[in-house]
Design a protein around this ligand. Sequence first.
Ligand SMILES: *Cc1c(COP(=O)(O)O)cnc(C)c1O
Length: 362
Amino acid sequence: MTNNRVYNFSAGPAVLPLEVLKTAQEEMLNYQNSGMSVMEMSHRSKTYDNIIKTAEKDLRELMNIPDNYKVLFLQGGAHLQFSMVPINLLKNGVADYIVTGQWAKKAYQEAQKYGKINKVATSEDKTFSYIPDCSDLDISPEADYVYICENNTIYGTKFNTLPNTKGKVLVSDMSSCFLSEPVDVTKYGLIYAGVQKNVGPAGVQIVIIREDLIREDLPAWCPTMLSYKTHADNDSLYNTPPAYGIYICGLVFKWLKKQGGLTAIKEYNEKKAKILYDFLDNSKLFKGTVEKSSRSLMNVPFVTGNEELDKKFIEEAKNNNLVQLKGHRSVGGMRASIYNAMPIEGVQALVDFMEKFEKENI
Ligand SMILES: *Cc1c(COP(=O)(O)O)cnc(C)c1O
């Protein structure tokens, strides 16, 4: 490990590629001979314009985003999208939500303020430990969209097959799986992601929206800042954007391209996750909490079945430079988030430690 850095399994804000942090460090005081830091730079300057345009271009390349989709860099966290999505997309006033975890549930509850919002499927009966069968749901004929949280950060589940929306627009909260694997953008009307999980520092929200869903005829009460159109018409520069965060995202996009793009990163992510899941499947002490077919490549929750032992594990792991392994406060146990920037050596170190802990405590 370099510079006394630990293996950080935080669910977010989370680990970033060391290479990116080093570049940011090198460019901190004087960005490409501008004589200043990106933090100190006008967002209307030519230099900054190049930063945000290049970031968008690289993201479009990585995800193969078609020309009829806009890419927006916004603020307000994923939470603001819980409101912006219904405010902007409800025309008939009806939407169908699939509730597979805490974040989907919050989005579902927030949307209630703006229309008739249906829960068409849920996995709450088994503590969100699986993704329900969504091949033939009771989709409302007048639904403006169907909403999913694609990767459930807290519970460690992932839609490995997209729901059958019966022709309705699909909206996806991809916060914790964004850029972890290739996606077919054309299957979605809107994708959004808070970047602090897999892409960059907190404060940036990326929205990818099909142009025909950007409306002019929003309700008069809709705040200017909450209209996608405001941001789309101004290339995300209507007001001061989260400029430094976008710059870091841009560096991560470059890093991803250097790794070989999303197909290569998916292979790497699968390799990493396999090490951990294989261990869990064979362990006598630890076990995964998620149904196998619904497993996430990014967030891996597990337990010993004994709260005291969980606590001891988290404490001892920390003393071995394996940090942030505590599960979400709503579920307990442990959770290892193994995002793009977690090296395979980190996962191996975790499994080696789990093996040792198991021998000592069984
Ligand atoms: C973290 C997370 C959120 C909440 O993000 P904020 O930026 O804190 O609003 C929402 N959805 C998912 C899938 C997340 O992982």
